[in-house]
Design a protein around this ligand. Structure first.
Ligand SMILES: [Zn+2]
Length: 572
């Protein structure tokens, strides 16, 4: 592809002493030298995409002797990773500058890795999985890892039928796997005669020599990596008298580089020899004898490496969260009151943040049925019509997030419910009398009642608001309305400038607003929960989020003070 600016690039490359190679399939290639501090490194630079959606590739054409055999970021094995994918935007309008930047990045990475071998080693360990699964010299077996309890040292392997997206699955919890399988429309069956041992180490995997492909190499590798790991495996093999009943053994190691897995089959010839001696003979061939066999004749048997995909709840729900928010909403008992246009999306957000996992529970309370007029602004659609909103939402979320413990209670929200059993109540009903009822309950049970997060849509969606109530030190829900003679119920923080447009259908009124308002309210709830978990405080407790072009009064986000004479929280 030729374009304006190509001439500049060619002149620039020429100036750097790079030689252009024939263009192939639109890919421009240049051969030249990177001037690292340790010496010249011959490379090939290839540019396939002048929009820079894909970065130019850099490959070392001949390894200089001063570079180690193995380096992090694939420096000495094919195209190397001098820029993490998506980490910078290369300027398509300044291709010369972009290429100069790439060459400079590559040079400084090589300099860094040479001057700091420990860093190179650490980086390599972090990339371990790609080295482990990146080789084509042996068998790679894709396998999914569902829940793996840190308390157990043995897991089981399961086959899914119909086949799942990640191959067979290893887990310590059949119950959790059943739920995951269900979400794929599959069922899980135990793979007979296959055992999976779980080992653990705090040491990063050894990468000082080539990674193993045979049983013998693997045993030696484990010994160098972490002697206690090797000893643990030895103990397992020697103690397992029924090991010869297995056809295949998986070993999964929980390490700082994630789960590292491999496996091997019990050698058929060895098995035949053992079993011809009868049951007693078979036992004699197991244990210590088998471990010795693995070191000697069985050592040349090939292992297969596991290409693992982590499907655990912990990984799925907290991968996108940072630092102090690491556990998200896991372990909490949360009640969501109202599964309507706001509540539906709130439930979606809560499950994504880990609600209902790790011993927690998300309880959806709403007794209404989903009607055709709801679905234009609801998280649910046609397939849920005329179902109870809470039931349909649970069914949907069960499929999306099978690890989450979600309970549906299609009942009326009354003062009689046992609210004190929850850690948090989210009121997404948008109904003021109901909100007042909850508010009064909380105040009369101050100290034992969980915090309530009220969220609602204002007017025709001009803005959304939320109030977190957890203490009489701050204003309550009713403190949002004045209590003065002549202006009872007048808003304390007036936000809307214009009249609200109402709709009527038969004897019911409704307020028209679009799905964007529901989404915005759910996002506000999610943000307040994130602040609460991250900072230990939901402050500012009263928040208003307005649509950019809505004509509203600006309201400060704040912890509101109790209103003197408030009929709900004022001293009587
Ligand atoms: Zn009050």
């Amino acid at each position: 592809m030729d374009f304006e600016g190509l001439g500049d690039v060619l002149r620039y490359m020429h100036g750097l002493g790079f030689k252009a190679r024939p263009t192939k399939n639109g890919v421009r290639r240049f051969l030249g030298i990177l001037k690292s501090t340790a010496g010249p490194v011959p490379i090939e630079l290839a540019i396939a995409d002048w929009d820079f959606l894909v970065y130019p590739t850099i490959r070392i054409t001949e390894k200089p002797s001063f570079l180690p055999i193995r380096m992090a970021h694939g420096v000495v094995g094919g195209d190397f990773c001098y820029l993490a994918e998506g980490s910078v935007v290369l300027d398509r309008y300044n291709p010369t500058g972009a290429i100069a930047f790439c060459l400079q990045q590559a040079t400084s990475l090589i300099d860094q890795l040479i001057s700091n071998p420990t860093q190179s080693q650490t980086d390599m360990q972090a990339e371990f999985q790609s080295y482990w699964a990146g080789s084509s010299l042996g068998t790679l077996l894709p396998i999914g890892l569902s829940e793996l309890s840190s308390e157990l040292d043995e897991a089981k392997a399961y086959k899914l039928s119909p086949k799942g997206p990640f191959g067979d699955i290893i887990t310590t919890s059949k119950e959790a796997l059943d739920r995951v399988a269900l979400s794929w429309g599959a069922s899980a069956q135990l793979l007979e005669a296959q055992s999976c041992w779980l080992l653990r180490t705090t040491a990063a995997p050894d990468m000082s020599s080539a990674l193993p492909w045979t049983v013998k190499e693997t045993l030696a590798w484990l010994k160098t990596w972490d002697r206690s790991l090797y000893a643990a495996l030895q103990k397992r093999i020697e103690a397992d008298t029924s090991i010869l009943d297995l056809s295949r053994i998986y070993i999964l190691i929980d390490s700082p580089a994630g789960w590292i897995g491999f496996g091997f089959s019990v050698n058929k010839r060895y098995l035949t020899k053992a079993t011809t001696k009868g049951a007693a003979g078979s036992r004699k061939f197991a244990g210590k004898a088998y471990f010795q066999y693995l070191h000697r004749f069985g050592g040349s048997d090939k292992i297969f490496r596991l290409l693992t995909t982590n499907l655990s709840s912990d990984f799925v729900h907290t991968r996108n969260l940072s630092g102090s928010l690491k556990n998200g909403l896991s372990g909490l008992k949360i009640a969501l009151l109202g599964c309507g246009s706001v509540g539906g999306y709130v439930a979606q957000a809560l499950t994504r943040l880990g609600a209902g996992t790790d011993g927690g529970q998300l309880t959806l309370i709403d007794n209404q049925f989903l009607q055709p007029e709801n679905i234009g602004r609801h998280a649910l659609g046609f397939n849920a019509l005329l179902k109870r909103k809470s039931n349909a939402l649970k069914d949907e979320l069960d499929l999306q997030f099978p690890y989450s413990n979600i309970e549906s209670r299609p009942i009326a929200i009354t003062p009689k419910l046992d609210y004190s059993s929850f850690d948090l109540i989210i009121n997404a009903t948008g109904e003021e009398p109901l909100s007042e009822m909850l508010n009064a309950l909380r105040i009369s049970n101050e100290g034992t009642f969980p915090p309530i997060l009220h969220a609602w849509i204002k007017g025709n969606g001009e803005c959304v608001q939320a109030l977190w109530t957890d203490s009489l030190k701050h204003g309550c829900f009713r403190c949002l309305r004045r209590h003065e003679p002549g202006s009872e119920m007048a808003e304390r923080f007036k936000v809307l400038k214009n009249e609200v447009e109402k709709g009527f259908r038969a004897c019911q009124h409704f307020t028209p607003y679009a799905v964007s308002a529901s989404l915005s309210a759910a996002a506000l709830v999610a943000d307040m929960l994130i602040d609460w978990k991250k900072n230990g405080s939901p402050s500012p407790r009263f928040r208003t989020r307005a649509v950019e072009n809505a004509d509203t009064f600006k309201i400060k986000n704040q912890d509101i003070t109790p209103l003197s004479g408030c009929p709900a929280c004022g001293t009587k």
